[in-house]
Design a protein around this ligand. Structure first.
Ligand SMILES: [Zn+2]
Length: 309
């Protein structure tokens, strides 16, 4: 994910007023394991990222694994090998801050996935789903329209297909020789740029507390290779000074620390905006596919007719 600071500010101001969405909690778990599958090192912690949900799951005792599909070689100011290594290192640090147990990097070439066979990426994700047997998969929304990032499109489509195909014994039967059995993923939490308009409507909100937001905000700038610039912090403070203004909370910070603090505020603002639109303090929006999603109408029937045993 690459969004310049100016675009991130615009994103916050461009979100349309939304009707209240249903609030969903973390689901009951069997394995209490979740997979976070994203193309890039930093897709979990930004305005439209699911980092708050990740901290909620970790706090509830779930074990999470981050599958980084690309090698992030083009994201950052350095050459390809340097960006790859630094971004992976910082992804480990940032996801550990959220409570993720491990990072699995598939290392496909960043922004160059179109020549990569779709079946290869999908097959790897199916194998990982069968190995870790998650109750929850978190990723980008596979059927979101107008997604401009080619890696987001490629990976989310592979994830959407993989969570379905992983349950069929006849799909990649060779996995059984490794001891991996078919597995059905009951809960999916997908995110996307919900400010892009039609086709991007979320259907659920996850409520966050201050601790969830604080960890998300820290993980945002822990991707220092792509997020922190001393020159940006210096320029923003100079702009304020030119107008005869200052922010006391930034007074004793270095330029890089000031940039980090301002980014934390933007993450709080995003969570607070989703919260205020939905009657809570902080929140994240999702395209949520629950246990009964594959059977349209069944959820309503169960709500009206299921009784306690
Ligand atoms: Zn990305």
């Amino acid at each position: 994910m690459r969004v310049p600071v100016s675009a991130a500010v615009l994103l916050l101001t461009a979100l349309p007023a939304a009707a209240k969405l249903p609030i969903v909690d973390i689901p009951p778990g069997h394995t209490k394991t979740f997979l976070l599958i994203h193309p890039h090192h930093d897709d979990h912690s930004w305005e439209s990222g699911p980092a708050g949900l990740i901290t909620k799951l970790a706090d509830a005792g779930w074990t999470g694994y981050f599958v980084r599909v690309s090698n992030d070689e083009k994201d950052g100011p350095h050459g390809y090998p340097h960006n790859d290594m630094v971004n992976l290192f910082e992804a480990r640090e940032a996801t550990e801050n959220l409570g993720i147990a491990d990072v699995i990097s598939l290392n496909w070439r960043n922004d160059y996935m179109d020549p990569t066979p779709h079946n290869e990426i999908r097959g790897q994700i199916i194998l990982l789903i069968r190995k870790y047997r998650p109750d929850v998969v978190i990723s980008y929304f596979p059927w979101g329209h107008y997604e401009r990032n080619p890696d987001h499109r490629k990976v989310s489509k592979a994830v959407g297909e993989a969570v379905w195909l992983a349950g069929f014994a006849n799909v990649h039967p060779e996995h059984r020789r490794l001891g991996f059995q078919p597995h059905r993923v009951p809960y999916k939490f997908y995110t996307q740029r919900f400010d892009y308009g039609k086709g991007y409507e979320p259907n659920a909100v996850v409520e966050l507390n201050e601790s969830n937001v604080r960890r998300k905000a820290r993980s945002y700038w822990l991707h220092r290779n792509v997020r922190l610039r001393g020159a940006t912090g210096r320029r923003l403070r100079q702009l304020l000074k030119d107008q005869g203004l200052e922010i006391p909370a930034l007074a004793n910070l270095t330029d890089i620390e000031a940039h980090a603090r301002m980014q934390e505020w933007s993450m709080y603002d995003a969570a607070r905006k989703v919260g205020s639109e939905n009657g809570i303090e902080y929140g994240e929006m999702f395209s949520h596919l629950g246990e009964w999603h594959p059977w349209p109408g069944l959820d309503d029937y169960l709500q009206s007719n299921a009784v306690d045993q």
